[in-house]
Design a protein around this ligand. Sequence first.
Ligand code: IMP
Ligand code: MG
Length: 178
Amino acid sequence: MSERPYVIDRMISAKAIAARIETLCGEIQDEFSGTDKLVVVGLLRGSFVFIADLVRELDLPIEVDFLEASSYGDGMESSREVRILKDLRGTIEGRDVLVVEDIVDTGYTMQHVIRLLKGREPAKLRTIALLDKPTRREVEVKADWTGFEIPDEFVVGYGIDYAQRNRNLPFIGKVRFT
Ligand code: IMP
Ligand code: MG
């Protein structure tokens, strides 16, 4: 991993993220109202902070499960080849599922995960991504809910890393090499 020096410029504050999550959760609750079986699936590792805040704002009966897909390795470029490193623990057949992703970038990860989970015949499958970089898209996919659309910048914080670092920043910042 290169150790080129960089600084992190603040982009989205913790407060703005919290406010957006509150709005999104209202919509998610409407979509899943009456469910007695929502499985909230976090994509590891980048969504771990987002899913934690999201589920605490959701007034629905839920279970939490995790799936680890890898496309980035430790660098800044998508490999476009998605591998499942850790599968769900539970079954989702006939259940309502909400997939929680940190960023939709090229779209390969989300597309792969949707195909995989749809094949297991959930009753309803919806997706949410905290961030979307629409100008980077290489395959046609869009989350049902998006927190923020952002330009083509490499971002960190709020669970999102650069070379495994900066996941613990409470805000989203962009990496700027110096
Ligand atoms: P995609 O398959 O290209 O859409 O990539 C999605 C995954 O790449 C996300 O789940 C992130 O883990 C990672 N990723 C994409 N953009 C960034 C970024 O700006 N910072 C850190 N990770 C990113
Ligand atoms: Mg990810």
